[in-house]
Write a protein of this length. Structure first.
Length: 252
């Protein structure tokens, strides 16, 4: 059984200003296996953010079914969905979303604090996460005292401390310089190699080339997909670039 399954997922938004509705997603069907690293690429307005928000249970599909670890999300009550998300889904934001009044360790520990985990267990797990991400020496610093790349690694730590079934990343390098981007992408790759399932939305060819599979979304449908296989990052980058070029030429 796949870890993540989307079956004929559609999302229609009603316009506030006209009778015309917007179909952001059109009968999307995807399966993601445990341990995969999947990138989703597409232009602004293609539907990729809507898709990620539905997988994150932050938005509801108009039609279709979403399964995470075999559980049909539509069968979870509204009161239970927050608990399910908190226990099963890690989310990395483009702009970090760290709390400025909390230090690095406190930001990382926040999901466990909200879940009323034993304080000793919280401290043990946060220490393990900070060591894994090589940010232990930053534990007492505040977000304003660290770099963008370090902030994103803290955000990754906050997302993985719950041991999520799936880790979602929304343009995780979008606010970073090239050096920090490389650091964050290498961190995500290492986490994936340790068994974490990762699903990442990105505009970056460099970021996408780190994934094992790339899905291309266009006008609300999955238009194409590529598998990395035994290709190097450089060869996969070239293949992704070529595929995007062909897609754009067909549109013209």
């Amino acid at each position: 059984m796949s870890l993540l399954e989307l079956k004929n997922i559609s999302r229609i938004y009603a316009s506030k200003f006209s009778a015309v509705s917007v179909e952001a997603l059109k009968k999307i069907t995807i399966e993601v296996e445990k341990g995969e690293f999947v990138a989703i690429m597409g232009e602004s307005g293609s539907g990729k953010s809507t898709l990620l928000n539905i997988i994150a249970t932050l938005d509801e599909p108009t039609a279709g079914d979403l399964y995470i670890a075999g559980k049909n999300i539509s069968g979870i009550s509204k009161s239970g969905i927050s608990k399910f998300r908190r226990e099963n889904i890690g989310y990395i934001f483009q702009d970090f979303n760290l709390l400025e009044t909390l230090n690095v360790q406190e930001n990382i520990e926040l999901p466990l604090v909200l879940s009323n985990i034993n304080p000793d267990e919280i401290e043990k797990r946060s220490e393990e996460v900070m060591k894994k991400l090589r940010i232990l020496e930053l534990k007492n610093k505040y977000p304003y005292q660290i770099s963008g790349g370090e902030k994103q690694r803290v955000a990754i730590g906050r997302a993985i401390i719950i041991n999520p079934k799936i880790l979602l990343a929304d343009e995780p390098t979008g606010a970073l310089d090239s050096k920090s981007s490389t650091m964050v992408l290498n961190t995500l790759k290492e986490i994936n190699e340790q068994g974490q399932t990762v699903l990442m939305v990105t505009h970056s060819l460099i970021a996408a080339s780190k994934a094992k599979r790339v899905l291309f979304i266009k006008d609300g449908i999955i238009y194409n997909q590529l598998f990395k296989g035994s290709r190097s990052n450089e060869d996969f980058y070239e293949l992704i670039s070529y595929t995007l070029t062909v897609m754009n030429e067909k549109e013209e």
